[in-house]
Design a protein around this ligand. Structure first.
Ligand code: ACO
Length: 337
């Protein structure tokens, strides 16, 4: 099922925009050459098949909330928002600290965001896009006046470091944004979709109620991510391209009016194919996956952060963000900076 929204204004002609951004990645760098010593792979294969050169890996004992906290602090500082004034806090993550309580409650405590309503959002690599759109809805109704959205992952904890087909792809990191009503620009259109019929293409079988942790689940390596890369590749291209096209159309823009395209940072070849299908020229595509790999729910926010920091995105630019992940889930938003 999918749902698109045309550009909308609430009764008070309000739009929701980004007031501050933050990111944090752990300092430890794992290069392709490092991986050559761990599994039967090589730098050339990884770079040509994925575009990734290195990724960040958290030290053992570091949790998603640790990364989320640091990214959130920076976003709040940029937005000049006191943690005590945060009204809604959503953490998108596939790798929560624990099954419960939510990682967002743990981040709330660290930040001192004592007034915030907190929950986690599970949409895998689409997590930050889903969380931004969810927060936008609460803000448009006037239920809350601001929202802190964080995408944070310690995927390295759930990677099978003996499986060369997956361990080369992912990295750890967090991105954050503060959303609030804005006077100009803001989110012009959004699109979300899901397809549970392909859930088995990318999943982690163990640790939940179906396969609770046991000696057998550990022996069967059920607590690691599993993926059918070829099928995911094909679906990711189609779903992301169509979703990106829908938001451009819903915002009544021509693809040529898009100034910056920020796709989920999974794979250069996927991104090139999406850009082609969605009629978005590669020179407008922002990529930093070569340095971070696929950071799942953190990926779009980390890329947005760096594109803004580096001056790639200028005031009034039209920015398309699109993501795709396990579930399957996909989503996009078109925002004017
Ligand atoms: N190093 C060397 N060889 C490898 C490696 C590796 N790390 N991994 C796989 N291979 C081998 C395979 O075993 C296979 O060998 P064989 O032909 O002898 O059997 C060969 O390389 C080709 O494998 P393919 O799977 O056909 O390679 P493909 O070109 O499809 O690339 C990849 C694989 C990179 C995983 C690709 O399918 C992909 O990117 N899929 C999308 C996965 C993804 O991004 N998932 C993230 C989650 S969803 C999302 O974020 C969009």
């Amino acid at each position: 099922m999918r749902r698109s929204t045309p550009p909308r204004r609430s009764r008070s002609s309000t739009r929701i925009g980004v007031r501050g951004l933050g990111m944090y990645v752990p300092p430890k760098v794992l290069t392709n050459v490092d991986l050559e010593k761990m599994v039967d792979t090589n730098d050339e294969w990884i770079r040509t098949r994925t575009g990734i050169c290195e990724r960040r890996v958290a030290e053992p004992g570091t949790a998603s909330s640790d990364l989320a906290y640091k990214a959130a602090q920076e976003a709040l500082t940029q937005a000049e928002l006191d943690p005590k004034d945060v009204e809604l806090l959503i953490v998108a993550t596939t790798t929560p600290d624990m099954l419960f309580p939510s990682t967002s409650c743990l981040v709330q405590e660290r930040l001192g965001a004592s007034s915030a309503v907190c929950f986690d959002l599970s949409a895998a690599c689409s997590g930050s896009i889903f969380a931004i759109i969810t927060a936008q809805q609460y803000l448009l109704t006037g239920r809350y006046r601001n929202a802190l959205v964080v995408g944070a992952e310690v995927l390295s904890s759930f990677i099978d470091w003996t499986d060369r087909s997956t361990c080369v792809l992912f990295g750890d990191g967090a991105g954050a944004c503060v959303l609030a009503p804005v006077r100009r620009g803001g989110i012009l259109a959004t699109d979300m979709g899901s397809d549970g019929s392909a859930a088995q293409l990318l999943y982690m079988p163990g640790g939940g109620s179906k396969h609770p942790p046991s000696h057998a689940s550990v022996d069967q390596r059920l607590h690691f991510l599993r993926m059918n890369g070829t099928e995911i590749f094909k679906l990711a291209v189609r779903r992301m391209a169509n979703s990106a096209k829908r938001v451009v159309k819903a915002a009544k823009l021509d693809p040529r009016e898009v100034d910056c395209f920020i796709p989920h940072q999974a794979n250069t070849r996927i991104i090139e194919a999406v850009a082609k299908w969605a009629d978005l020229p590669m020179e407008k595509v922002y990529m930093n996956l070569q340095r971070y790999g696929n950071t799942s729910a953190a990926s779009n926010l980390i890329a947005l952060y760096e594109a803004v920091r580096d001056g790639v995105i200028q005031r009034d630019d039209h920015v398309v963000m699109v993501a795709f992940g396990a579930g399957l889930t996909w989503g996009s938003l078109l925002l004017q900076w």
